[in-house]
Design a protein around this ligand. Structure first.
Ligand SMILES: [Zn+2]
Length: 409
């Protein structure tokens, strides 16, 4: 290829990506609307749209006569839900989740399993592969492409190699996850930190859809985060950005699974909440939760704590308040650092948002700079427990929309 045709190909790919991403955000749009939004001329838009229609990436909606111009009816365009499928998965500390969506991000199937009875790494990976195979088989019958598979993990990931370097709460190190999955499945495989994925998912099709600067914080057994600036997920120099749970907030604090002491996770995560409850009960406080678990507090769940708090159980309310206080302290510092438009709170602890968020907001009001917090909203994740798998879908989707060429017929 000579230089001119190389330039022409690059330009065409950029324009295709521009059209797809404009439709992602603003569909339905007519060709005229697309030309106005993208700044491309109408002839270019028509030719690109033709190519995308031929490849089933778009479809035309019924004619809208109100949009007609110069006697010619305008047809609106949308991304075609039947263009193909995305498979998102998550290996959590105590579960595996697999979600399949169509091209319009409608959920086609969802599988969720506890891994509490699977003690070893191999057993968990085997089970993940089995669930992924089931999902693949289910959609491959429909004769449409599977655009890729993305897996979120609760730890540090070398995103270039697709290797899980360290997952403190699983105790896993150096797992070449992408390589393992590429041996089993065709098509692109992505591996990324679950909270980074969740941030991307919330920014693409969740609470942060209309925000270009967003902080996502997920609290469960682990405490993770993701940062979106100028609508891009911040990966950092080597892909490790957003590990907010391991900021030191107490110099002489409790040991953390990461090897450090006094990490934010040790005071604002799920274990901290449960620890506060256990300590109160051991110190002699009576609680409905002790009754419900038959005094075996290993059986505590977030749902149970929320239920107790709703009944006015003092131990639950106090533990939630203390945990909300610590969450707010971290939120305030992070908000001062990054000045977000929106802070999205997700993960299992967000199930207790009605008790946590008022305390978080009060703490943020007293600790973050007023100029910063006045501009920022704090809200809960739109995708709840699906946040990371929806983010996994978003990661594949982002690549297909940015580089559609590989998938066009
Ligand atoms: Zn830590």
């Amino acid at each position: 290829m000579n230089q001119n045709s190389v330039d022409h190909t690059i330009m065409r790919d950029m324009n295709l990506a521009l059209i797809l991403n404009t439709l992602r955000r603003e569909a339905p749009l007519s060709r005229t609307g697309l030309a106005a939004r993208t700044g491309l001329n109408k002839a270019t838009v028509s030719s690109m749209v033709r190519e995308l229609l031929d490849s089933d990436f778009l479809y035309e909606l019924a004619i809208d006569s109100s949009l007609s111009e110069v006697g010619r009816p305008a047809t609106n365009l949308e991304l075609n839900p039947d263009a193909g499928f995305f498979i998102g998965a998550e290996i959590g500390v105590d579960f595996i989740s697999v979600l399949v969506t169509n091209f319009a991000i409608g959920i086609v199937s969802r599988r969720y399993e506890s891994t509490l009875k699977l003690y070893d790494q191999q057993a968990i990976l085997d089970r993940l592969i089995f669930l992924l195979q089931e999902s693949y088989q289910q959609v491959s019958r429909r004769g449409k492409p599977v655009f890729g598979l993305a897996v979120g993990v609760p730890g540090l990931v070398d995103i270039v190699a697709g290797t899980l370097l360290f997952a403190p709460n699983l105790g896993w190190k150096d797992v070449p996850l992408r390589q393992i999955l590429e041996e089993k499945f065709e098509g692109p495989v992505y591996v990324a930190n679950e909270a980074n994925l969740a941030a991307l998912g919330e920014s693409y099709f969740g609470a942060g859809r209309r925000c270009s600067n967003m902080l996502y914080v997920s609290s469960g057994v682990g405490l993770g985060g993701g940062i979106v600036i100028d609508s891009q997920l911040v990966e950092g120099a080597t892909g490790f950005a957003g590990e907010v749970g391991h900021m030191t907030v107490d110099r002489d604090g409790l040991a953390c699974n990461c090897g450090n002491h006094g990490c934010w996770e040790t005071v604002a995560g799920q274990r901290a909440l449960f620890r506060r409850i256990e300590e109160a009960i051991q110190a002699g406080s009576t609680s409905w939760m002790a009754e419900m678990t038959g005094d075996d507090l290993d059986g505590l769940t977030i749902q149970l704590v929320v239920e107790a708090a709703k009944r006015g159980d003092e131990v639950a309310c106090k533990a939630l308040e203390e945990t909300g206080r610590w969450l707010g302290i971290g939120f305030a510092s992070l908000m001062n650092v990054m000045n977000p438009q929106l802070v999205v709170f997700g993960g299992p602890l967000s199930l207790a948002h009605e008790f946590l968020l008022p305390v978080v907001e009060e703490t943020v009001q007293s600790r973050a700079w007023s100029w910063v917090q006045e501009r920022a909203k704090i809200t809960i994740a739109a995708h709840g427990e699906n946040a990371a798998v929806m983010g996994a879908v978003a990661m594949i989707y982002r690549d297909v929309l940015d580089r559609p060429r590989d998938w066009l017929k």
